[in-house]
Structure formats: C-alpha cells, structure tokens
Write a protein that binds this ligand. Sequence first.
Ligand code: MEV
Length: 303
Amino acid sequence: MLSDYTAHAKVILIGEHAVVYGADALCIPMLNLTLHAHVAYDEQGPILETEGYCGPFEQAPEIYNGIMYLFQELVVKRQQDTHCRLTLDSRIPMARGLGSSAASALATIKAFDQYFQLGLSEDGVTVLGNHAEDIVHGKASGLDFATVRSEKLVSFNRATGFNHIDGKLGAYLVIADTGAEGSTKEAVAMVRQQRDASEQNRERLDYLGVLSDQAAQAWVQQDVLKLGDICNQAQEILASFGVSTPMIDLLVDTAREAGALGAKLSGSGLGGVVIALTQTREQAQQVAQALSGKASGVWVEEL
Ligand code: MEV
C-alpha cells in the first residue's frame, strides 16, 4: 500500500518580532512551494529517505529529530509493521522562515496516517505536529504548523491563538531567498536588547504591532496600495533594529525599483527571505525577474 501527502510552505506577511511582545502576526500559506511525503513497503525498512540522507531513522541528522519522533509515535509505539520507507521530497529551503520543518511534520503525519490507516483526529494531528516542531525549534509558537495546514491567511497572537482570515486580497506576493539562513535566536535577542534600552525603541517596536493591525484591515478591504505602504514602513522599523542585512536591503531595493508597491524582510531577519507586493501578475513577473539575478530562489504567490 502506498501513501502520499503534499504540504506547503508559509511566509510571514507582517508582525515578526512584534508578535513576541503580544502583537498579531499575519502569515501567508505559500501554496506554490511544497514538500511531498511518500510511504511505501520496503523489506529493508524502516528507512528515511531525504535529500542528502537515506538510512535508518535513528541515524538521521539532527534536523530530522522531529520526523524520528513521529516515526516512534505513529509506527513503533502503535506496533505497526516497520518494513516501510518514508521519502521526503522537499522544494522548501530550510532555515529561511518558510516553515520547512512544519511542512515535513505535517506531510509525515498525514502519509503515515493514510498508510497505516490510523484514523488520527485533526486535534491529534495538531498535538503531534506541534510536539515535532518543539523538538526542532525549542518551544515553538505553533504559527508555522497552523499556516502549513491552512489555505487562508492566518492571524496569530501568542495570548489568543489563531484566526483564519477569509477572502482574497487580489494581489501578488513575490518571495525571494537571500540564500542565507536566518538566525531567529540571535535576531530576537538583538531586538530585545534594544527594546529594553529605551522607551523610544519600545514605542517604535510597538508601532510594528499597529502596522500589523492596519495590514489585517487593508487585507479585508483589499487595499493593496495601503498594504504595500505598510510593508515599507515595517521594513524601515525592522532595519532600524539591525535585523536587515546588505543582501536583504539589496533585494528590497531591487523589488521596489522593479515596481513592487512594498517590500520587506519576512521572519526573523539576518538572512531568510524578502517579500514584495504587487497589484498585478505582470508586475509580479517583472519583480520576480529583477530579483532572480540576485536571489537564490524566487517564488510568486497569488493572494
Ligand atoms: C520568526 O520567524 C518570527 C519572530 O517573530 C520570532 C518569533 O515569533 O518567535 C522573529
């Protein structure tokens, strides 16, 4: 018996860093950037096959510790036949804030669920996925796992949890990879230090939360121009906290010069990806083309 599942990536639209201090973050599912999990019988099993590794689950590199946990929970502890092979085929670059570990956890859970006919509930999937994410990232917020399961915009708040925001914006998002891994831990510490250093810094960071609320309103009102302007304001604030880099600045400038209505870093900064908003598909293609000479990867999502 075979089983397959495809999960998608995610990208933060706005609210990164401010979310740590209670603001909302808005997160977009990237339906065009995916990871595929496949489970099949293998008499040599159990085997995990991913890019760069093929062998027993227990000997896989540390980044697959979440997958190893899922294999233990779903297969070993449930006394299923371990003569199986899990193949993960991912197009999602790791450590860019694109939710690659959450997507691999979701696809693994769903593929094992189907293959062994486990009949997991949606709540069961959530508990397993969030635990796998905690193993990989320390205590994770759950934002990534919620967004890789959603086809809608997700609004996340640490205190109140998730909301799915209905409706399309009627615009396009270009996502460009700096090629550098973002360091969430370092970036969060940098911002915290500056926030604690002065009242003015604290107010500037709080304003990122205000921008996030305005962005949610602009989304619902399909006000793409306003949202572009909000993205530019957010980038200015994030850069003032030192989490932009010369490569991020270059991609942001390139996107704006090529016609983006707004552009900013997405995620922790210090690497990761840049996002750029355009009104039309043609503009998105122009921006993507301008970025493709400079970025390690470029994707376009219809919003
Ligand atoms: C990182 O993807 C987003 C941050 O806001 C950190 C966090 O929310 O844990 C920078």
